[in-house]
Design a protein. Structure first.
Length: 284
C-alpha cells in the first residue's frame, strides 16, 4: 500500500470508524470514592484544562468536518468530533460526581481557519497522549483509585490512540495530495508543528497557571512515591507500544516522542546509578 494513496485513505478511515465503541458517559459504572481517594481526585490540577480542551476539540473537529468534501474523510472526522464531545461530557460528569471545584467554562470560540486549528490540536494531542499513557499506568499500579475508575478510563485512552493514529495518517495523506509528498519537506513541517504544539502545551499547563500547578511530573509523583525520570520514561514507552500495537501495521504512528524518550532513557541507563530522586521536571 502506498502512503498518500486512495487505498491508504480508505484504510485509515475505515480502521478508525470500524473501531468505534458505543457508550454513554452517564451510564458508566462510576464508583463511590473514600475520603482519601476523593481528596486525591480533587487535588489533580488539570481537570479544568482537560475539560475546556475537549469541549473546544468537539466543536473544532465537528465544524471542520462540515467543510470537507471527501465523503469518507468527512464521515471519519465527524465521528471524531462526536467522540471529542463525548469525552467532554464524561469529564463533566466526573467533575460533578466527585465534587471537583472549578470555575464556569468559558464560551467556545470557533476559529476562522478550522483546518489549521485542527492540525495544531492534533499535534498537541500526540504530545499529551504519550505522557498520559504512562501516567495512567503508574496511577493504576499504585492503586490510588478503585479499579472501576481505571476500567472506565482505559477504553478512553484507547480512543485517544485512535484519534492520533487517524490524525498522523490524515495529515500525511493531506500533504501528499497537496503536492508536499517530498519526505524531507513533510518531516520539516511535522517538526515545526510539534514545536508549536509543545509551546502551546507549556503555556496551557505551566506559564498560564499563576499558582504554578501545571501538569508536571512532580504533580504526577503523588501517584508513586519512588517515581524517577527513568521509570516514568520507561512506562510511557511501554504503554505507548502496547496501545499502538493494536493497530494495522500498515498505518503510520506518531514517532517523535517515543524516539526521543527512548534516546533519553538509553542515556539515563548509561549514567552511574544514584539514590532515586523524585521527579520534579516538567513533562509538558
Amino acid at each position: 500500500m502506498k502512503i498518500g494513496s486512495v487505498d491508504h485513505k480508505e484504510l485509515f478511515c475505515l480502521c478508525f470508524m470500524e473501531s468505534y465503541r458505543e457508550y454513554e458517559p452517564e451510564h458508566l459504572p462510576w464508583p463511590n470514592l473514600d475520603d482519601a481517594a476523593l481528596a486525591l481526585m480533587r487535588g489533580i490540577p488539570f481537570w479544568e484544562q482537560a475539560l475546556n480542551k475537549e469541549r473546544q476539540a468537539g466543536v473544532i473537529v465537528s465544524q471542520y468536518a462540515k467543510t470537507v468534501d471527501d465523503r469518507i474523510l468527512q464521515a471519519a472526522l465527524s465521528l471524531q468530533g462526536e467522540e471529542e464531545s463525548r469525552h467532554a461530557r464524561l469529564l463533566k460528569i466526573l467533575i460533578e460526581r466527585y465534587g471537583i471545584t472549578m470555575p464556569a467554562c468559558p464560551p467556545i470560540e470557533v476559529p476562522e481557519n478550522l483546518e489549521q486549528t485542527f492540525i495544531e490540536f492534533g499535534f498537541e494531542e500526540c504530545l499529551d497522549s504519550f505522557f498520559a499513557f504512562g501516567l495512567f499506568e503508574i496511577a493504576r499500579e499504585a492503586r490510588v483509585f478503585p479499579e472501576q475508575i481505571f476500567t472506565i478510563f482505559d477504553p478512553i485512552l484507547d480512543e485517544e490512540v485512535r484519534h492520533i493514529v487517524f490524525f498522523v495518517n490524515w495529515f500525511t495523506y493531506l500533504q501528499i495530495q497537496r503536492g508536499d509528498g517530498f519526505f524531507p519537506l513533510r518531516s520539516a513541517k511535522t517538526l515545526w508543528y510539534y514545536g508549536k504544539a509543545l509551546s502551546s502545551v507549556i503555556k496551557a499547563f505551566g506559564d498560564a497557571d499563576p499558582n504554578g500547578a501545571g501538569f508536571t511530573a512532580s504533580n504526577a509523583s503523588v501517584f508513586s512515591k519512588d517515581l524517577t525520570l527513568e521509570k516514568f520514561l520507561k512506562v510511557c514507552i511501554q504503554e505507548n507500544h502496547c496501545r499502538m500495537s493494536k493497530f494495522d501495521s500498515r498505518l503510520l504512528q506518531p514517532q517523535l516522542l517515543p524516539r526521543l524518550a527512548s534516546i533519553a532513557l538509553g542515556t539515563l541507563q548509561l549514567l552511574p546509578k544514584r539514590k532515586p530522586q523524585i521527579v520534579d521536571w516538567e513533562i509538558n
